[in-house]
Design a binder for this molecule. Structure first.
Ligand SMILES: [Zn+2]
Length: 78
């Protein structure tokens, strides 16, 4: 298992996610983001706006995704 925080995944808090694959952890952070969105949590709303800007360009979205994947791959197993 590897651990990444909400912040490391483009979010806004220090909540930790644990997963074996990057796809899994990305999914967890997405789900958490949705929950925070529903709670109208201001820092997460801001983070999500930035993500949406990024998503307008598939290239920068892919680049962002690959960068996060590299961070995940470089993490030690825990
Ligand atoms: Zn968060």
């Amino acid at each position: 298992m590897k651990t990444m925080t909400c912040k490391q995944l483009g979010g806004a808090c220090d909540l930790e996610f644990n997963a074996n694959t990057f796809e899994e952890i990305a999914e967890m952070s997405k789900k958490h983001g949705m929950e925070m969105f529903q709670k109208v949590d201001e820092p997460h709303l801001r983070a999500m706006n930035e993500m949406q800007e990024l998503m307008k360009s598939p290239d920068s979205m892919n680049e962002w995704f690959e960068n996060k994947r590299k961070v995940f791959d470089a993490l030690p197993e825990n």
